[in-house]
Each structure stands twice: as structure tokens, then as C-alpha cells.
Design a protein around this ligand. Structure first.
Ligand code: 6GU
Length: 232
């Protein structure tokens, strides 16, 4: 898979993409992530990428030309399956969307900034608009890093058995069960005995029970969805 991220603030993406699992999957050649500095596509002397909003009002708007140049240059090299724009007024990103995106070959993520991009860019280039939740960030870079991380860890070969995405919270509409590590007794608190029983099926049953209990209490919305699976 290839992910091209277009941003006015490339430094914000540096460490999230160059550490841990996302870094390792790039080293392994499973994904190529390229960050493009929008200022490199500016036609102005001061490398401006934004301008005043027509009609007035506070806040700058990202200019269309640098973005169009960047997307056009990329599109000459390969065909893109999706051109995503990160914006608080987009559809909420979730595990289902992560799963879907992980099957794409080439995607572009355009990071929104200031008051957003000129609407004509959204009309002409963008295939989907994504938000990572109902709160406002200073820019779309952190959202792009979140989306990239969630997608990359699903790619075949990125995770091993121990970190398998199959047991992730949300993958089956259930939260993950509690986990414990050594020591078995710590500051007077003990690990649930079943986990050190060696009884595989009993452990699985315990984990399922705890996952359901947690989901029911913490996320009644997910619990309802879980119970509707298999209905109809
Ligand atoms: Cl994608 N961008 C910004 N600026 N704020 C957000 C967001 C995106 N998702 C949630 N809040």
C-alpha cells in the first residue's frame, strides 16, 4: 500500500510515522508513506498556502492552487483509489472505515488547516472527508496520523500473532477484556486464577465473558450492535 499525505505542517507527522509499528511496516516494505510539504507547491515568493476568506470573517482558507498542483503531480505517477480530506465536518472515522481503507492500493490524505480548504478542491478532488471525533483540532495532521496508524496495522504482515488485530477492541463490536502480566501477585492483588490455570477453553470463555461485561457497562451502543449480529 502507498499513502501520500499532503500537509502545510510536515513536522507534525514526523514522529507518529517514524516510530513503532508504522515505522516497522515501512522498513518491511509493506507500506510506503510519503509526506508532501504543500509549501513546495506554492507559486508565491513567500511560499504562502493560504489566503483571506471571500466574504470576510475570521480565519484563513487554504488556497486551491498549491493543493491542485500537488495532487496533479501525484496522480501523474499512479492511480489513486481515494483522496481523503481530514476535517471536523467529515464522516466519523471508525474501525470499519479503517478495514475498508486497508484494502486500497494508493491513497492520498490531504490535511485540513485554518478554516479549511477552498470548497472547489473538495468538489473537484476529494472522494471522502473524515473526522476522527467530535472535537476540534488545530489541524488535520494528527487526524491523518491517527487514520494512517489505524490502517497500517491492519495490513497483512504488519502484526504478528501476539499483536493480532483480530483480538482488537471494536474488531467484533466488543471491547477487549482485561489483561495481566507478571507477577501473579502484586501489592496484594492477584491475577484471576483462570488465567494461570492452563485451561485454554476456560480462558477463552472468561475473556469472552469479561469482554461482554465491559461492553455492556461502558458502551451500551456497541452492546446493542453486538446483540443484533446474527439477528434478521
Ligand atoms: Cl480531521 N481535523 C480537525 N481540525 N479537527 C478534528 C478532526 C479533523 N477530527 C476531529 N477533530
Amino acid at each position: 500500500m502507498r499513502i501520500d499525505i499532503i500537509t502545510g505542517l510536515p513536522a507534525l507527522l514526523e514522529s507518529p510515522l517514524n516510530d513503532s509499528i508504522v515505522k516497522r511496516s515501512q522498513t518491511k516494505g509493506i507500506v510506503t508513506i510519503a509526506v508532501h510539504d504543500l509549501r513546495d507547491y506554492s507559486d508565491s515568493k513567500h511560499r504562502n498556502i493560504d489566503d483571506y476568506a471571500f466574504g470576510g470573517g475570521a480565519g484563513m482558507v487554504m488556497s486551491p492552487e498549491p493543493i491542485a498542483r500537488c495532487i496533479d503531480a501525484l496522480s501523474e505517477k499512479r492511480r489513486y483509489d481515494a483522496v481523503i480530506y481530514t476535517t471536523p465536518d467529515g464522516a466519523t472515522f471508525d474501525q470499519k472505515r479503517a478495514n475498508r481503507l486497508s484494502t486500497k492500493e494508493n491513497i492520498i490524505i490531504l490535511c485540513g488547516h485554518y478554516k479549511g480548504v477552498d470548497q472547489r478542491i473538495r468538489d473537484k478532488y476529494i472522494t471522502s472527508e473524515l473526522s476522527i471525533g467530535d472535537y476540534v483540532l488545530s489541524g488535520g495532521e494528527l487526524a491523518a496520523a491517527v487514520i494512517t496508524d489505524a490502517v497500517v496495522r491492519l495490513l497483512p504482515g504488519v502484526l504478528n500473532d501476539e499483536t493480532s488485530a483480530l483480538t482488537d477492541t471494536f474488531q467484533d463490536d466488543l471491547l477487549a477484556p482485561p489483561v495481566y502480566t507478571r507477577p501473579a501477585e502484586w501489592r496484594g492483588m492477584e491475577v484471576p486464577p483462570v488465567l494461570i490455570s492452563g485451561n485454554g477453553p476456560a480462558i477463552e470463555e472468561w475473556r469472552m465473558e469479561k469482554a461482554m461485561e465491559r461492553t455492556k457497562i461502558r458502551r451500551p451502543d456497541l452492546w446493542e450492535k453486538f446483540n443484533q449480529q446474527g439477528d434478521s
